[in-house]
Design a protein around this ligand. Sequence first.
Ligand SMILES: [Zn+2]
Length: 134
Amino acid sequence: MRSHENIIEDLKEELQVVYNEVLELAPQAFQEKLSLCSFNATKQEYILKKKELIDFILQKVEICQEPNDYQVSPRGYCPLCYRGADNAYDEGFIISEGLIRHLKGSHGARQCTIIKALDKIAQYYINLQKAKNA
Ligand SMILES: [Zn+2]
């Protein structure tokens, strides 16, 4: 019979595969940056790489709604997951604050699925390195 430890290890591996598949849902233009970001980074490296990634994403966002009488800032959909704010009246997210909140999952915003998967993969490697160094 397989031990609980073996079952847990298998599940961890499967979860990593699923997270990797989620990353592959991102557009091609982001694939290289995403993989560079997530694998074998220390926590400090990951924080820096993720900041660079968010800057890169902000450069790539396309404006879907120009500023108008009600909105001072332009709006755009997340270039990674194509989502916009949960708001029936406007398209996309406010650039750049709304999009940043979506990418970081801050201020109660629903976090980008792709970045969430990236965080999980990075955390896996950070924990692995910690275990090795312990
Ligand atoms: Zn997104």
